[in-house]
Write a new protein. Sequence first.
Length: 284
Amino acid sequence: MRRQREGEILKNEKRDKIASILAEKPLSIQDSKFCFMEDAIIPENTAGTGVFGFLQDTLKKYPTIYRFLVTQLSPVLTSREYRKLLNTLLANYGSDKVIVNYGSGPRILNNRRDLINVDICSFDAVDVLSDTRLPFKKDSVDLILSLAVLEHISQPSLAVSEMLRCLRPNGELFVFVPFMQPFHAAPYDYQRWTEVSLREVFRDFDILQSGIGVGPTSGFLWVLQHWIALLLSFGSSTIKDLLLIALMIVTFPLKYLDIPLEHFVRSKDIASGFYVHAKKPDTQ
């Protein structure tokens, strides 16, 4: 009972925090979510079609299980620098600060329930339903996280300009984008970036650091799994998806080869993805 009361207090405090930084009234309130979309995407339609997409949508209803399976069985292994920097940023910003997880998906990042989760899909963990446009006041956010999200946005430059607008002067952001990765709709997938192009995208910020977020083995393994599944599928999407699931289970340990490789300078040539850590210039 006590834990339930504490949960309600935290939920109310977060709702008040969100309301205080909104630049406009929401179109509606959906399951305690501030909704700024005419048609929010329901959780049953957040991934691609076929068996693999159906499995993803089903597992996303159980965020803890979904996150565990993704962490363990997916071909993706985030780099040590990526994890260290993300954890440091979250440790530096307490619950009194305004932290926005832009494109949060179904998970509660690092078990931080004070984060304001923004997404186009109506997952349980989402607080604000909005598309590319962020419905927050100018200079109202202390930290923005955007992890593997920009590739799913048709106008990433608009998303970046929204981050710049909403962040306070000297406010920070941490962004991860893919480079060498197969197509993965969630529910859309549009583009990829090199580290150089990522730094160019955020040229209006003061860039503090950038580097490999996911190493070269992860990207190679992801493509290899899809290639083998496609080769043996006889043109059947169902067979390909089933083979892909089996291959992920069998081959995922190979991704740990990235632990030494992520320190090699030339790994950036074929890295799976990159991160950037930047801050909004002090306009004063």
